[in-house]
Design a protein around this ligand. Structure first.
Ligand SMILES: [Zn+2]
Ligand SMILES: [Zn+2]
Length: 237
């Protein structure tokens, strides 16, 4: 099913004009989204300098980072997880709509970039059982075109999920940290440069990315950034 669908979606860009996945109008050049809908997506312009948490009022750091800084060196999350970006993300992640993923990755490429650049990109891995169920890793399919556009090598298999975890969406902040503790490992023999970034689709509490960053730092990588397409406001707990 997935193979058939992705083949069709690959072909349709040659036979049909771009059309907006949100409103059905003509798409902007090279993208299945119109300029009006693209402009409506919530940018994460006012956010914590360390963890990219959306802030209601301007401040350098959020309350949590003032108390306890996250393990990564810098975060980049150009969008806020809100309407109508959440609709595209849900269709991509849970509806198997890869065209929505391509739109999201294209949007990401066009956002203002961080000043200091990693030398390699890694993605948060899915456990084998989740990967078989979904058919693709949503973080990886966002990362591929982004890495190409930025000219940064993508290390697809460097990080591995060594045990399945419960879906983070069902858990509070503390339970999320417990849920992912020890869930990731770096594949033996992987050689990484001094500065890398780990990418996920959506960052909520940052627990998953933080656990991946710890694994990389323990392996001796000096600078590790956390990248996500969108940052959600952190849940309580
Ligand atoms: Zn539109
Ligand atoms: Zn913060």
């Amino acid at each position: 099913m997935h193979a058939w669908r992705s083949t069709w979606q690959h072909l349709r860009q040659f036979v049909l004009p771009w059309h907006c996945l949100l409103c059905g109008a003509a798409g902007a050049e090279g993208m299945d989204l119109c300029a009006d809908c693209a402009a409506e997506l919530p940018r994460n312009a006012r956010c914590c300098a360390r963890c990219a948490l959306p802030l209601a009022v301007p401040a350098a750091l959020c309350g949590r980072c003032q108390q306890h800084a996250p393990p990564w060196d810098a975060a980049w999350a150009p969008f806020r997880y809100g309407w109508p970006l959440d609709r595209l993300e849900a269709r991509y992640k849970f509806g198997g709509e890869l065209a929505a993923g391509r739109v999201l990755s294209t949007l990401w490429q066009h956002e203002p970039r961080p000043p200091v650049w990693p030398q390699a990109l890694l993605v948060v891995p899915l456990h084998g059982s989740r990967l078989r169920q979904r058919g693709y890793n949503q973080a990886l399919e966002l990362a591929r075109p982004l890495a190409r556009a930025l000219g940064v090598p993508l290390h697809i298999d460097a990080l591995r999920r060594v045990r399945p975890t419960q879906a983070q969406t069902e858990l509070g902040a503390r339970a999320r940290r417990r849920n992912v503790r020890g869930a990731f490992a770096l594949v033996a023999g992987t050689a990484l440069p001094a500065h890398v970034a780990v990418l996920d689709d959506v960052m909520t509490t940052g627990a998953t990315l933080a656990e991946c960053v710890r694994v990389l730092k323990r392996a001796g990588v000096q600078t590790v950034d956390a990248w996500a397409l969108a940052r959600a406001p952190a849940p309580g707990g």
